[in-house]
Design a binder for this molecule. Structure first.
Ligand code: UT7
Length: 331
């Protein structure tokens, strides 16, 4: 079995409340809370903090939690849509920060589903016997790339910065990952995307575009369309995981959905007939931290003693790509 043996997270200290956003764009605390559940988020406010550095802090906490040393890690998987550099990936920067030279470091680019894609990859490596302790990290700095004017309000109020990490280890116990399920639907790639700058838009083209249509370099989202697809796919992929293990939603001790929108989580909860104690949400405090949201929520759920040995934990995510995924874990 591959088992989560350590969990850690890190969020920047700077808290941005909905009221703070009212001062820089046409929005309201009421609109944000009613449509998303978010009360506040963390936004990095210094130039030293990077995606890989936040990932490093989260990773150090996870390694400590697992009772391991940095040198015990034999592979790194780093998931982010907001890497430090266009290339190289943030995985090698994290490796450098942790001082664990020459172990493999892989970057995963699957946005909100990135953590679950990474967990799935790690699971396969451990089950094959190739590695024993894999560090799986999700880290995002959204704040630097958001359009914080009224034009970008439908996206910028939602996203927050943060990092989470787990150590996945080979284990002889009956606790561990039961299954993972991954999907994508590239035909909707542009419905939630940041397409510039990239190879399709080389720098000379970008400068021209920016002056002509003013779209800038911030993420764009067809919110309603994404919402409708999210609720459908969340439910589907959770049921896929349950069916695979011949379980039903009654067997879920705790569901941690990727924190995209409180309304999405509540809708899934009602569709699956789950009680409040069976679902964990913390979007109110952090907004949507994309690849980091699940490990951050997992650590907070553990701190609140929401999981005990033998419990069935379900993780699920949906996001840009579109991609979606789930994991079922016996804790
Ligand atoms: O994590 C990856 C996956 N992401 C998601 O799953 C997100 C999915 N989508 C959503 O969560 C929701 O669609 C949003 C929260 C993004 C938007 O909520 P909505 O209920 O779909 O609102 P809407 O886009 O239909 O906009 C309703 C109104 C519009 O005004 P009009 O046209 O009705 O006059 C918007 O211009 O709300 C307006 N609006 C805002 N008003 C105040 C949009 N953003 C804001 C804002 N503050 N920040």
């Amino acid at each position: 079995m591959s088992k989560i043996t350590g969990v850690g997270y890190y969020v920047p200290e700077n808290i941005v409340k909905n009221k703070d956003l009212e001062e820089i764009m046409e929005t309201s605390d009421e609109w944000i809370q009613e449509r998303t559940g978010i009360k506040e988020r963390r936004w990095v406010n210094d130039s030293k903090t990077s995606t890989s550095l936040m990932g490093t802090y989260a990773a150090e906490n996870a390694i400590k939690d697992a009772g391991l040393k940095n040198a015990d890690i034999d592979f790194i998987i780093f998931s982010t849509l907001s890497p430090d550099y266009y290339f190289p990936g943030s995985g090698v920067l994290l490796q450098r920060n942790l001082g664990i030279n020459e172990v493999g470091a892989l970057d995963v680019r699957n946005q909100c589903s990135g953590f679950l894609y990474s967990l799935s990859i790690a699971d396969q490596y451990i089950k094959s016997g190739m590695y024993r302790n894999i560090l799986v990290v999700g880290s995002e700095i959204h704040s630097g790339g958001l359009d914080k004017t009224s034009r970008g309000r439908a996206v910028s109020v939602i996203f927050g910065d943060g990092a989470g990490a787990v150590v996945l280890s080979s284990s002889k116990s009956s606790s561990g990952i039961l299954s993972t399920h991954l999907h994508s639907e590239g035909k909707y790639a542009e419905e939630l995307a940041l397409i510039k700058p990239a190879t399709t838009f080389w720098i000379d083209k970008i400068i021209k575009d920016k002056t002509e249509d003013g779209t800038g370099y911030s993420p764009k989202m067809n919110g309603n369309f994404v919402f409708k697809n999210a609720v459908l796919r969340f439910e589907e992929v959770i049921n896929e995981a349950l069916n695979y293990s011949n379980l039903s939603s009654k067997d879920i001790s705790l569901l941690i959905p990727h924190q995209a929108n409180l309304r999405i989580s509540q809708y899934i909860q009602s569709r699956l007939g789950l009680s409040n104690s069976q679902v964990f949400n913390n979007i109110m405090k952090y907004g949507n931290t994309t690849a980091a949201s699940i490990p951050i929520a997992l650590k907070e759920a553990l701190d609140e003693k929401r999981l005990k040995k033998g419990d069935i934990l379900c993780l699920a995510a949906f996001g840009s790509g579109f991609t979606w995924a789930s994991a079922l874990i016996r804790w």
